[in-house]
Write a protein that binds this ligand. Structure first.
Ligand code: ZN
Length: 166
C-alpha cells in the first residue's frame, strides 16, 4: 500500500502504520488529543508553497490536518485546508470533520468527510475539494500572522459504525 508523506517538500513513501512516526520524527508534527481542538498556524506570511500540519488524535484514530499555501495561479497564493484520516477510505467515511475560523464577529465553517491519507493530498487540493481561502480573507481571520483553526471530529451514528465493522 503506497503512502506518501503529505508534505510538499518530502518524497518519503511508507506504509500506513509508519506515517505517524514519520511525521512525528522527521517533521516534528505535534499531536493534539480530543474531539475538539484549536490549531494555531503561525507565520502565515511565509511564501508559497508552505505546509502546516497537525495530528489530531480521537476515536482511536489519527487525523492529519493539512494546511497548504500554494499558488494555483501564479502570483495568487491561496490557503487550502483538508483533513486526512491516517487510515483507509472506508474508515474515513465513518467520520465528519469541521474546520472553523472565528474572529472579529466573522465566522467561516467547513464541514466534510475526511479523506484517506491513501488518496493523494495534492489531488484533493488541485480539485479544490477542501476549505479554500484567499490571502485577503485569511488576513481577516489571522492575528499577528497566526491563524487559529478550530477543528472538530464527529463519528457517524453507532448503527453506521457497527455496519462498517460487519
Ligand atoms: Zn515526510
Amino acid at each position: 500500500m503506497p503512502c506518501l508523506c503529505p508534505l510538499f517538500s518530502c518524497q518519503w513513501e511508507g506504509h500506513l502504520e509508519v506515517v505517524v512516526p514519520h511525521l512525528r520524527q522527521m517533521h516534528r508534527v505535534d499531536i493534539l488529543h480530543g474531539t475538539d481542538i484549536v490549531f494555531l498556524a503561525t507565520d502565515m506570511h511565509l511564501p508559497a508553497p508552505a505546509d502546516w500540519l497537525i495530528i489530531h488524535s480521537c476515536f482511536g484514530h489519527h487525523f492529519l490536518l493539512v494546511l497548504r499555501k500554494q499558488e494555483r495561479h501564479a502570483g495568487h497564493p491561496q490557503f487550502f485546508a483538508t483533513m486526512m484520516l491516517i487510515g483507509t477510505p472506508t474508515q474515513a467515511d465513518s467520520f465528519t470533520y469541521r474546520l472553523e475560523l472565528n474572529r472579529n464577529h466573522r465566522c467561516l465553517r467547513w464541514e466534510a468527510t475526511p479523506r484517506s491519507i491513501l488518496e493523494c493530498v495534492d489531488s484533493v487540493i488541485t480539485n479544490g475539494d477542501c476549505l479554500v481561502i484567499g490571502t485577503s480573507l485569511a488576513q481577516h481571520f489571522s492575528d499577528n500572522g497566526s491563524l487559529a483553526i478550530g477543528i472538530a471530529i464527529s463519528a457517524a451514528t453507532e448503527i453506521c459504525s457497527s455496519e462498517a465493522e460487519m
